[in-house]
Design a protein around this ligand. Sequence first.
Ligand code: AMP
Ligand code: ZN
Length: 113
Amino acid sequence: MNGDCVFCRILDGELPAHFVYKDEKVAVIRDINPQAPTHLLVIPREHISSADQVEDPSLWSVLMGTATKVARDLGLVEDGYRVVVNCGDRAGQTVHHLHVHLLSGRFFQWPPG
Ligand code: AMP
Ligand code: ZN
């Protein structure tokens, strides 16, 4: 738990969020500033500042497994979805607690901006 971290404070129940899924390792919340009709964040409970700081690669299996499970459970598969991780300021990372974006419900262009 990092008291200066908005996601740690959400996971600790100190700040409000709309939770879609929770277990002992990970939680999924709705993004406060959605960039698609469905925009979720898959967040590990452990405070890890970025993708580059992941020491146990099995965490990726937990994060991606959760993203695909939630996508199935919410019926997003037929429409399609995009999974994004921003690592570092120049890649667009603004919250320095690892998270996976799950976006769905509109047409996505490639390459991303
Ligand atoms: P990134 O820019 O990849 O670090 O993504 C951070 C995401 O967290 C952004 O999409 C923000 O809109 C979202 N965000 C920031 N604060 C909150 C919050 N309190 N609750 C939900 N989402 C948030
Ligand atoms: Zn944190």
